[in-house]
Design a protein around this ligand. Structure first.
Ligand SMILES: Cc1cc2nc3c(=O)[nH]c(=O)nc-3n(C[C@H](O)[C@H](O)[C@H](O)COP(=O)(O)OP(=O)(O)OC[C@H]3O[C@@H](n4cnc5c(N)ncnc54)[C@H](O)[C@@H]3O)c2cc1C
Ligand SMILES: *[C@@H]1O[C@H](CO)[C@@H](O)[C@H](O)[C@H]1NC(C)=O
Length: 531
């Protein structure tokens, strides 16, 4: 062999080594799962172009044909009115953009059908948003990436009541009010009580609660097991029916409050309890909101057994009084609504204790129900809060903003007083109402497009105040699109990055309610308000 040919051979060899290395490096740098070595998914590590969905008209039309073969034509809708009502509502704080509508709505009737739907969407890379009662408030079901909306309305049954075990298996579109009507016939009861019209699927979605949470806890405490369809159509059941279990990760709770971002709930096994034998309601009014809030701290601190306590400020009471939606008139001053339950004598005793504590905090009046009808009548005023503010809309351009935060109970008088002053000086019609026994309260603001920035600023300051008092940016309504960028302030950037990792693990294509709870793409300049 000549030295030249040897040299040629060597350089060819070197070249091929270098070339393969460069090629391997290039392929390596293209692989998106390079970040999977990290324990969290910081936003800086995700593809700036965002999730790769395919919502081209041809793909969506082909998907329509697939959906029709799964659920039948009559259960697939592309009607404008349906698309609109399934992407936003009048009572939501978020104003849905025209581009945030689904392409079609599909109504399955079984878990198997939901799984088939997800398999198609997974193959076709089409985004999916779940929809149950549509009463959520923070833009939870806006179809930010288009795609399809899975409406659970045909899955609305009680599947099995285990009276002796105090549990019930239900479908996602069963309303909590209807469930309680049925359970009531057996002397039983399911405590979580969010907005009228809310359904189990959405209640799991938001991890809701309500007036009963003070005594009974939230949705997180009342779900034993869930059947969930994952993003690729896989069906899982989180566990069986015993009241307790130490068997591994608590996937049930992981799905509660996940807002349809990790899977679609198609069945839930719920705990139920025995309906209290006797209930009563008392209403007491104060000169200032601070006195009312301090009264709550006292009652809670003294451990008086109450079932619920709600605060309504003067503005809220004025809206209720003026709406005339209850059969009596109301003083337009800060008011506490107490609910009591138990035996007749225990209830009587608790009412007496609360009356004494209220008086010591300067209460101006104290009324309590003489019978069940009066109790229902008094309590109905509380239920009218949001509607009575909405009734104040000056014209069609007015929107409502309903928001909620929660703080440790000892900080409640401070945050309520400061927020109240802020709301009053904003010049907006702004009412305050809340489940104060848990340190949780809501603000309901009325605003038009010119006043939007003022409203946003009031909400922003309220959220900031809650975080600074070691509270949470949402006690029960959830994150949706509006509270997303606040999460890092409440629990830290790395915690949100861990949540993003969880989202990615269960739904790598970001098909399920993409953009909710955590961002999967960096915010545009100016999109996030400075803290
Ligand atoms: C007047 C009024 C009063 C309210 N009061 C309260 C209150 O006191 N406490 C409270 O917590 N909330 C309250 N809310 C808010 C609302 O009722 C709750 O957030 C409720 O839990 C939403 O249930 P929904 O069935 O309407 O859910 P939807 O609005 O349909 O959905 C909520 C979320 O869950 C997802 N989802 C829906 N179905 C499924 C499913 N099957 N699987 C997976 N994800 C799903 C959706 O994509 C969405 O992200 C109130 C609302 C109104 C209008
Ligand atoms: C409550 O409303 C009624 C009916 O609109 C009104 O007559 C009454 O003055 C209001 N109460 C107060 C305290 O303003």
């Amino acid at each position: 062999m000549t030295p030249e040919s040897n040299f040629a051979k060597n350089s060819a060899f070197t070249f091929s080594i270098v070339f393969s290395c460069v090629l391997a490096y290039w392929f390596g740098s293209k692989r998106p799962d390079k970040v999977s070595l990290l324990s969290t998914t910081p936003l800086s590590s995700v593809d700036t172009k965002g999730p790769k969905h395919n919502t081209s008209p041809t793909n969506l039309e082909a998907c329509w044909t697939d959906m029709v073969s799964i659920v039948d034509k009559e259960h697939v809708s592309t009607e404008e009115g349906d698309l609109q009502s399934h992407s936003g509502s009048d009572w939501s704080s978020y104003t849905t953009k025209d581009s945030e509508r689904p392409f079609m709505i599909v109504s399955p009737s079984t878990t198997e059908e939901v799984s088939e739907i997800m398999k198609v969407c997974h193959t076709r890379k089409i985004p999916v948003t779940g929809y149950s009662g549509g009463t959520s408030l923070e833009g939870h079901f806006s179809a930010t990436r288009g795609g399809i909306c899975v409406d659970f309305s045909r899955m609305d049954k009680i599947l099995k009541l285990h009276k002796e075990d105090l549990d019930v298996i239900v479908q996602p579109a069963l309303g909590w009010e209807l469930l309680n009507e049925e359970l009531g016939k057996e002397g039983l009861f399911f405590p979580p009580d969010p907005g009228p019209g809310a359904m189990i699927g959405g209640m799991v979605g938001t991890g809701c609660s309500g007036t009963n949470a003070y005594r009974y806890g939230t949705m997180r405490d009342w779900v034993l097991s869930l059947t969930v369809v994952l993003a690729d159509g896989t069906v899982i059941k989180t566990r069986q029916r015993p009241r307790k279990s130490s068997a591994g990760y608590d996937l049930t709770r992981m799905f509660i409050g996940s807002e349809g971002t990790l899977g679609l709930v198609t069945e839930a096994t719920l705990k139920i309890t025995v309906k209290p034998k006797h209930e009563s309601v008392a209403v007491t009014s104060f000169g200032t909101i601070r006195e009312a809030a301090e009264c709550v701290s006292r009652v809670v601190g003294e451990g008086v057994p109450i079932a619920a306590v709600e605060i309504l400020d003067d503005v809220q009471m004025r809206c209720i009084n003026e709406s005339g939606s209850t059969s009596r008139t109301w003083k337009e001053v800060p008011t506490l609504f107490f609910k009591f339950s138990g035996t007749q004598s225990a209830v009587k005793e608790s009412i007496g204790l609360v009356q004494k504590l209220a008086k010591s905090k300067g209460s101006k009046s104290f009324d309590f129900a003489k019978d069940a009808d009066e109790a229902a009548e008094l309590w109905s005023a509380r239920k009218e809060a949001l509607w009575s503010v909405m009734a104040k809309r000056r014209d069609e351009s007015d929107h409502v903003w309903t928001t909620d935060v929660a703080v440790p109970i000892s900080r409640l008088p401070d945050i309520i007083e400061e927020t109240k002053e802020d709301m009053a000086s904003s010049g907006l019609l702004a009412a305050m109402v809340g489940h104060v026994g848990d340190g949780n309260f809501h603000a309901i603001l009325l605003f038009n497009d010119k006043e939007r920035e003022t409203a946003e600023a009031v909400v922003h300051r309220m959220v900031k105040r809650a975080v600074e008092m070691e509270g949470t940016v949402t006690g029960e309504h959830g994150v949706g699109l509006i509270k997303r960028d606040y999460l890092a302030h409440e629990m830290g950037e790395t915690t949100v990055d861990a949540m993003r990792k969880l989202k990615q693990a269960f739904d790598p294509l970001c098909l399920l309610n993409c953009d909710k709870i955590v961002r999967v793409q960096k915010a545009k300049a100016g999109e996030v308000q400075p803290w």
